[in-house]
Design a protein around this ligand. Sequence first.
Ligand SMILES: [Zn+2]
Length: 151
Amino acid sequence: MPPPFRFPVEVLLMLDSAPLPVHATDTVTPAREVAHDHFASGDRVVVVRGSLDGDLHGDDLTIVAPSWHTPTGQDGWRTRNPHGGTRTFSTAHPRYLIHVERHCPECFAFFRALAAELLPQLPPQGCTEGDWYTFTGLDQLVHRDDYEIAA
Ligand SMILES: [Zn+2]
């Protein structure tokens, strides 16, 4: 039995100050092959956007509905950030998403691989926001590796 999937979602609520922008190379996400229907409306997911004191952290989101991911020209998911903010709703590609509410071996393996690649590149202390994701003007989340597709 693998250990239960745990992600420190509670720390997301503590982030009052702006995270430190950092550069890191993520080759794990572009190589991930996950079916669109691996996810469903209502699922709780996270998108890893940075680190907090040496652990990966990111946006805690709820999947709303299927939605076209314009930057890649593929099926994506509309997500809602229950904490609101400037981007309550955005659209993400399935390979960006990680299940958090239930144990999911596929997402767990992806998260482990992501941690193995990213954490050595990130500071062991403090809150960071990596540069491997950005948002388009239409609130579409896009991975750096997908920029060229988007261009
Ligand atoms: Zn999953």
